[in-house]
Design a protein around this ligand. Sequence first.
Ligand SMILES: [Mn+2]
Length: 296
Amino acid sequence: MSTTTSVSYTGEFLDLPAELADPAQARYVVIPVPYDGTSTWRKGADRGPAALLEASGAVEWYDIETQLEACQAGILTAPALEVAQLSPEAMSELVQQRVAEELAARRIPVVLGGEHSVSIGAIRAAAEAAEGRLGVLQFDAHADTRESYHGSPCNHACIMARAREVADIVQVGIRAIDAEERAGLDPERVFWAHEVMQAPDRSWMDRAVALLPQEVYITVDLDGFDPAVVPATGTPEPGGLDWYTVNELCRRVLASGRTLVGFDVNELLPLEGHHASNFLAAKLVYRIMSMAESQR
Ligand SMILES: [Mn+2]
């Protein structure tokens, strides 16, 4: 029933020819992590990476805002990690190991979820490889700061609790938490959706950027977007971010001179007959690469 053509897609990001996906040269490596072990409501995020990759074939190589073709820097697409049967802890360790290898090879890892628990290993690897303190910029409807959930500290609802153990976090678009999480949040580091989407100007973005150290990892839970923008996600929450807000904050972070060490886009739950969300996710991956390349 959940089988669509996109599930079995195993092509390259952007459908790049071999010369733009040369392991000896490529600056980026896309790592699909089709994991859906801990999601709590609608299942199917394990189909996200294949749907995103399939949609990426329709993304233009030329980026209008940055006036460049980021793919000229080279983008590898790694085989999907085999994680379906793993516990969240074992999955996180495998992702951490793979991301650490790519960082050691001086590539920028781009993890495709899967549910949001795929980020834990990537953030840990980035924090270990960082020269100084790592910053993690999170776009999400949920704070994900539960210490443990359904028996696991590596549940999707805990990923920012794990991130703040090793990094300085900034949380944007948040609009669903429980009372216990509220008590543990650092109000300076949380940019609530209802505040930023109704703010008279974008000065809040300057405050967000200033909270990040030199080296930054970006984690995009697609439910950070409004469900009208991205309906294809497992736990949609009304009142979310729009395309230009997410793009502009990423642009400002990178234009500030900060270093992008890696990023992920997760929680895409492909819907039959709806491909706009898959395409947005693919385009966002490429836009972040384009913004990073424009600072080189
Ligand atoms: Mn979320």
